[in-house]
Design a protein around this ligand. Structure first.
Ligand SMILES: [Zn+2]
Ligand SMILES: [Zn+2]
Length: 263
């Protein structure tokens, strides 16, 4: 069984086809999905989807480049207080999108970490072109108390090492399969297997051989296959390890009754 540790069902172009995307993913052996919030306005629909499908867990948070409602710490903690919301995020820093590195991004990130610590839930971190500030804020805010995932990890080994030392899991996306990603594949070969996760970040970043088209949760299998190749391991071993890692981080994510060779 595979887990897609970061996807956006609600952002798929053909939203009406959630059932089809889910069926396609199941057919590829994907048994659990973390459907990640990018705003708080979608909270009710994210929860509704998670309540309809026990294999879809969800989160709450405002994306670092999001422009919608931006609740304070107390409100965020209240919004995170739901059994199907298992993490706070996605949150973090995106200096590629906001090149002027605005202070409000750092403040928003700190606020999410504080809310996560209040409710005792891990955080989902989006970090783009901002490794130093991401690390500094995680450390200053005591984020290791809740831990979480650095999603769509693309940084170098030194940054990987520092994030691992902060207690985080590193999640690899379809970028791992890109022709020009040799450096990332070298780094991925060095990350301890018990700290790795895989994701699609769909609808973005479709892996080879679907690059350039709309991504979907079923394609997390291509990330797993690439990681297996990079590590010189059978696919089953990578599937087992990344799935165990996910449920170690999120013991409250339902995974009873799923076909699971690793269980
Ligand atoms: Zn992201
Ligand atoms: Zn995302």
């Amino acid at each position: 069984m595979l887990v897609d540790s970061h996807c956006h069902f609600h952002l798929l172009e053909r939203q009406r086809d959630t059932e089809a995307a889910l069926a396609a993913a199941r057919a590829e052996g994907v048994g659990h999905f973390l459907n990640v919030a990018v705003d708080v306005e979608s909270r009710e629909s994210l929860i509704a989807l998670a309540e309809r499908h026990p294999e879809i867990s969800t989160t709450i948070g405002v994306h670092p480049s999001g422009t919608g409602a931006d609740p304070d710490e107390e409100r965020l903690a209240a919004l995170a207080d739901h059994s199907r919301i298992i993490a706070v995020g996605e949150t973090g820093l995106d200096y590629a999108y906001n090149e002027d590195r605005p202070a409000w991004q750092r403040e928003r990130f700190r606020r999410h970490i504080r809310a996560a610590r209040r409710v005792g839930k891990p955080i989902i971190v989006h970090s783009r072109a901002a490794p130093e500030d991401t690390l500094a804020i995680l450390s200053e805010e005591g984020a290791r108390e809740v831990g979480g995932i650095i999603h769509c990890f693309t940084e170098d080994w030194a940054t990987a090492r520092a994030l691992l030392d902060e207690g985080f899991y590193l999640s690899l996306s379809g970028i791992l399969t890109f022709r020009n990603a040799d450096a990332l594949r070298d780094t991925a070969a060095r990350i301890p297997l018990d700290r790795l996760l895989i994701e699609t970040d769909c609808p973005y970043l479709a892996p080879v051989p679907h690059r350039g088209r709309e991504n979907q949760p079923a394609y997390v299998r291509h990330v797993a296959e690439c990681l297996a190749q990079v590590r010189g391991l059978p696919l089953e071993r990578v599937a087992e390890a990344t799935t165990e890692n996910f449920f170690r981080l999120f013991p409250q994510a339902p995974h009873e009754g799923l076909a699971d060779g690793a269980a």
